[in-house]
Ligand binder design. Sequence first.
Ligand SMILES: Cc1cc2nc3c(=O)[nH]c(=O)nc-3n(C[C@H](O)[C@H](O)[C@H](O)COP(=O)(O)O)c2cc1C
Length: 159
Amino acid sequence: MDEKVRRNVLGRIPYGVYVVGVRRGTGEISAFTATWLSQCSFQPPRIMLGVKAGSTGHEMIESDRVLAVSLLASGQKDLAGAFFKRPEVGPGTLNGIPYRPGTNGCPILGGAPAFLECRVVEMLGGGDHTVVVAEVVEAGASREAPPLTLAETGWKYGG
Ligand SMILES: Cc1cc2nc3c(=O)[nH]c(=O)nc-3n(C[C@H](O)[C@H](O)[C@H](O)COP(=O)(O)O)c2cc1C
């Protein structure tokens, strides 16, 4: 296989951009930007997400096996860009961005047009990212909005 072509072709797979909220115990929350996310089952309703091995988000998902996905709207690149590093937690804010805890305790961004709350059912490791399969246990939407896509941001993750 030609590695250059492989990278080029994998880099063409289209993705959305999300902020994944996580928690550990009762006192600790965090969030990270993710793009490798897809629905993977109608019934039960499940999503799968590639989570970077060894990252804080990975550790926290492994620990409490819950997460929340804030879907982002077109134009919310700045919001996504705020979660490449572990955010500073303030009163009701992450990196100064308002959030609220979901019913499972994971943070959901206030500005997100829609969200999912999930419980993890499977973690399939082996590569530099773990495939986290999670069941959707709650969902909400405050408005219709075209999604933020990786293509819109100009960022790359994949290849
Ligand atoms: C464009 C972009 C997309 C990303 N997508 C993912 C993703 O799908 N899954 C993931 O675990 N990390 C993803 N990351 C990395 C996380 O946003 C974050 O940098 C990482 O969780 C921090 O790891 P650390 O705890 O080791 O610092 C992405 C980063 C960028 C810049």
